[in-house]
Design a protein around this ligand. Structure first.
Ligand code: NDP
Length: 330
């Protein structure tokens, strides 16, 4: 590819290092949104450069089977699917680089993104596809049983718990939605709620409370998980810190976290409009952010659907929006 360093400087050890580089289309993030944007952008001759971030392949690399992405009739593992998407982007000339966007400057007409605190990319168009990170409780057991009963995505993994007993942690719309979804697949769903109210919308609350195989465990918190062969149960504390406090055990095969996601938008928040949680706002029906030439795709701008296929679709939109922006710019 013909990217020319604008400025070759010397660092303190007098080594020559590239400090800035001009790129037509920069894509940040290597989940389904980023790679799909790269496929479309490279086919449109935008010569995209994609920085993968720390977790190459994104959230899907932490899941096992993916059975709901169209085009894989026999399913596929998350890591394999992401490798396929990467290869497909490379086939059309996208340049995939390992590196983390550590700072952004959208204050002027040009868009500057710092990579690894070391090098500045000056991009005509930027597609932000940095995803979101599911929140965990912080228990050691969550790491121990990752992929063996612990999941942060009921839509992705619920299928593996058909006919079994599971628990969902959280009291917001996601927890309510995931509990309802799992109730349609599983024998029983415990909804572990730390307060005596749900934060979820009234309509979602009604749905949860009317579903006969969901049992809400009000004012419960999770202390630990146990099991010799994956998750077999959870130890909970009821009314923690009060005289009525009580430890209980539930037997479950799946433990689903639904206590919120953190969109990976910190470095952009100073310049782009976000909602109160940090999701980047886009103009409805487009991937356009509040800054011309900066587009957002995937979970970093989507608190609602958060699916691989919706992320991929929005990555496609971002590349098309970027292409139109660049052609108008020229
Ligand atoms: P929220 O932040 O709304 O809710 C998080 C829930 O997790 C809260 O009930 C919170 O408890 C609980 N929680 C947080 N930390 C812990 C912890 N350490 N231990 C136990 N419980 C914990 O996140 P959601 O993902 O549910 O929703 C995010 C946004 O997306 C919201 O605006 C929501 O309305 C929206 N959304 C909309 C949907 C729709 O319209 N269909 C579907 C899904 C999400 P507490 O209440 O005590 O703080």
């Amino acid at each position: 590819m013909d990217f020319k360093p604008l400025d070759i400087q010397k660092d303190s050890e007098n080594k020559q290092i590239e400090k800035t580089e001009n790129v037509k289309c920069l894509i940040i993030g290597s989940g389904p949104a980023g790679y799909t944007a790269a496929i479309y952008a490279s086919r449109a001759n935008l010569k995209p450069v994609l920085y993968t971030g720390l977790q190459m392949g994104g959230q899907l690399t932490t899941t096992t089977e993916v059975d709901n992405f169209p085009g894989y009739p026999d399913g596929i593992t998350g890591p394999e699917m992401m490798e396929d998407l990467k290869k497909q982007a490379e086939r059309f000339g996208a340049e995939i680089r390992f590196g983390i966007a550590t700072a952004a400057d959208f204050s002027g007409k040009i868009h500057k993104i710092t990579i690894d605190d070391d090098k500045v990319i000056i991009a005509d168009a930027v597609i932000i596809a940095t995803g979101a990170t599911a929140k965990y409780l912080g228990l050691e057991a969550e790491t121990k049983y990752a992929g063996q009963g612990v999941s942060a995505c009921a839509t992705c993994d619920g299928f593996f718990y058909r006919g079994k007993d599971v628990a969902v942690v959280g009291g917001g719309d996601t927890a309510a939605e995931e509990a309802t979804y799992l109730a349609g697949l599983c024998n029983k769903v415990y909804l572990i709620v730390r307060r005596n109210v749900l934060r979820a919308s009234k309509a979602m609350q009604d749905k949860v409370l009317k579903t006969s195989n969901i049992e809400v465990l009000w004012e419960h918190q999770t202390l630990d998980l146990f099991g010799d062969n994956g998750v077999e149960g959870a130890i909970l504390v009821k009314k923690k810190g009060t005289p009525e406090s009580e430890i209980i055990k539930i037997e479950i095969d799946g433990f689903f976290l639904a206590i919120g996601h953190t969109p990976n938008s910190d470095i952009f928040k100073k310049y782009l409009e976000t909602d109160e949680v940090g999701y980047i706002k886009t103009i409805p029906g487009t991937s356009k952010t509040s800054i011309p030439g900066v587009f957002a795709a995937g979970d970093v701008q989507d608190p609602h659907y958060r699916q691989a296929v919706t992320a991929a679709g929005s990555g496609c939109m971002a590349a098309i929006d970027a292409e139109r922006y660049l052609s108008e710019l020229n």
